[in-house]
Design a protein around this ligand. Structure first.
Ligand SMILES: [Zn+2]
Length: 275
């Protein structure tokens, strides 16, 4: 029993390390679907290259082996890069601890069953998507395409929901969110006809449509409806808190601050999947 928890925590930390590593490297592999234009920030590091061992996010030098994982970097005092002295961000530790906690919760509920594997895979995937969306405002095709393939196979094999329920969930997710996407376009068109300098950020980017469609497929019929409602509520809440943070703490509020909606979508999907 205790051994099971220890192994589950270790598994969560290691998968968290893999999620951190992929979050660092996948956005620079190319093949990305730009979610919100103009908000890409610092995507101008050296040439895209294949996957390499974990590197310092500031200078690109390979990290010390003890700082491959956030947990070991913190525990063993290896947070600073040997080359540029910059510290490993808190995100590494947070992702590993979050996944270890979620894995324990799932292990406690599901035991060592195939469903444990399926649910830990989806939660890890959702964390990966959220981290990349928050840091780069991107939903990557290189993540979403394999995710769609996995979800289709999983639904066919596991029988968690029927394939018909999954496909109807897919269609409803796509229709509703496509509606938001088009409304966003209409909104931009109205704002831009009234302004001299055009606004280019899209409130709800195409990457969000892909993500909501995927979530609809995974969650399936009837749960796709509460998922969409949750998505809107959480999206509004996150946007409100973020704007409040920018206005009160950072003091640089302006309308049309780009906000990552990906986390709200995957959070809603995860809640429907787990409860
Ligand atoms: Zn460095």
């Amino acid at each position: 029993m205790i051994l099971g928890y220890v192994l589950t925590i270790l598994g969560g930390v290691v998968v968290g390390g893999v999620v951190n590593w992929l979050s660092d490297q996948l956005p620079f592999l190319g093949g990305s679907d730009e979610d919100e234009e103009g908000a890409i920030g610092e995507i101008s590091r050296p040439e895209p290259r294949g996957l390499t061992l974990p590197r310092c996010s500031k200078c690109g030098k390979q990290r010390h082996i003890l700082s491959f994982l956030g947990v070991t970097a913190w525990l063993l005092g290896q947070r600073r890069c040997a080359n540029c002295e910059s510290r490993l961000s808190f995100r590494y530790l947070a992702v590993e601890i979050a996944l270890a906690v979620i894995f324990c919760f799932l292990w406690n509920r599901e035991g060592m069953t195939p469903m444990f594997g399926v649910l830990t895979f989806y939660t890890s995937l959702f964390v990966l998507i959220s981290v990349i969306d928050i840091e780069h405002r991107l939903v990557l095709n290189i993540v979403m395409l394999p995710a769609f393939v996995f979800a289709l196979i999983e639904v066919l094999i596991s029988g968690r929901i029927s394939i018909a329920e999954a496909l109807v969930g897919y269609a409803i997710g796509q229709l509703v969110v496509m509606g938001f996407f088009l409304l966003g376009g209409v909104y931009l068109w109205i704002v831009n006809t009234a302004r001299k300098e055009p606004v280019t950020e899209v409130a709800f980017g195409f990457g969000d449509v892909t993500l909501a469609t995927f979530s609809g497929l995974v969650v399936g019929m009837p749960k796709v409806f509460p998922m969409l409602v949750l998505m809107i509520v959480l999206g509004g809440l996150i946007a409100f808190l973020y704007i409040l943070y920018r206005a009160v703490i950072v003091r640089d509020y302006h309308p049309h601050i780009p906000i990552a909606y990906g986390p709200a979508i995957v959070l809603a999907a995860a809640m429907m999947l787990l409860w």
